[in-house]
Write a protein that binds this ligand. Structure first.
Ligand code: C2E
Ligand code: MG
Ligand code: MG
Ligand code: MG
Length: 289
């Protein structure tokens, strides 16, 4: 009897697994078609210098306006794409589009954009693939954007676990590209390791910015000081209130990103926007560009 029950159960699990796999396959097929049809778009969120309130650059964040289904956020499809090489195709598209857009803005309005950077999120799978090098050089060549104006954002866990990824980062940095550790604090990087990593910027995860738990400020201070002593600049993400901004300023965080300053917006909205970025110094509205 036990045997029969066991068989029955494995049959049930088999069905559930099959269903999940076919759902996964359906999304993958839809993502491949979306890429081929040019359905993806990038939204841009400014990264603002705390001292001056100046926009230093923009982070490109993917969106999928799925026909008939509304705007899909990356959390609903990037994790699916990351299960196959599809993520490399999507990231490659993102690199091309973001560099093309910044080059275009710089040509249209050099006084506003010529010194700015664009940050592109790269998944661990893509970074571990040797194709990352030619994908980046290809995007720079076709856009004409200088290497020092491109930032690649890599999540913390990838840096520690994947030796090939680290080797690729070294090569990319030698080309003049900047590397930022995204979602910092969610992984297990020690301060000793921080000093060894081929990175330029540490991007502190939103949870440390918003946390009101006792000791959260001390942890934040530890991270900022460790980064600075390793020669890294610090960006805090997810800044939503004036109080958070003031606390980050007091800790000497270099740059901030978050809804307080601006939400991610489509390219045409970014270019048309005037007077919507706050001056981080005076907490007043200032004119962008
Ligand atoms: P991330 O790179 O850590 O991006 C920051 C996320 O925080 C973005 O979510 C952004 O919209 C959101 N955010 C910014 N400011 C605030 C704030 O003040 N409050 C709150 N609550 N959220 C804020 P989004 O756009 O949904 O992206 C989610 C994640 O998807 C990104 O996290 C990134 O890991 C990934 N992603 C986005 N675009 C791409 C892409 O082109 N390629 C790859 N591989 N991953 C991407
Ligand atoms: Mg990011
Ligand atoms: Mg992040
Ligand atoms: Mg994130």
């Amino acid at each position: 009897r036990a045997r029969e029950a066991g068989r029955g159960r494995s049959h049930v699990f088999g069905d559930a697994l099959r269903r999940e796999l076919s759902e996964q396959n359906a999304i993958e097929t839809a993502l491949g078609a979306a890429l081929a049809n040019g359905e993806f778009v990038l939204y841009y969120q400014p990264v603002v210098a705390v001292e001056t309130g100046d926009v230093e650059g923009y982070e490109a964040l993917i969106r999928w306006p799925r026909p008939g289904l509304g705007l899909q956020q990356p959390d609903t499809f990037i994790p699916v794409a990351e299960k196959s090489d599809l993520i490399c195709d999507i990231d490659r598209w993102g690199l091309r589009e973001a560099t093309r857009q910044l080059a275009q803005w710089s040509e249209d309005e050099p006084e506003r954009y010529a010194d700015l950077t664009v940050a592109v999120n790269i998944s661990g799978r893509h970074l571990a693939d040797v194709g990352i090098i030619s994908d980046v050089t290809g995007a720079l060549a076709s856009s004409g954007l200088a290497a020092h104006r491109l930032v690649l954002e890599i999540t913390e866990s990838v840096l520690i676990d994947v030796p090939a990824a680290t080797a690729h980062l070294v090569a990319l940095r030698e080309m003049g590209i900047s590397i930022s550790i995204d979602d910092f604090g969610t992984g297990y990087t020690s301060i000793a390791q921080l000093q060894q990593l081929p990175v330029d910027t540490l991007k502190i995860d939103r949870q440390f910015v918003t946390s009101t738990v006792a000791g959260a400020r001390d942890l934040l201070m530890l991270m900022v000081n460790a980064a600075h002593s390793c020669g890294l600049s610090v960006v805090a993400e997810g800044v939503e209130t004036d109080d958070q901004l003031e606390a980050l300023r007091a800790l000497s965080v270099d740059s901030v990103q978050g809804f307080l300053l601006a939400r991610p917006q489509p390219a045409d909205v970014v270019q048309g926007r005037l007077g919507t970025v706050r001056d981080a110094q005076g907490l007043q509205l200032r004119t962008e560009g």
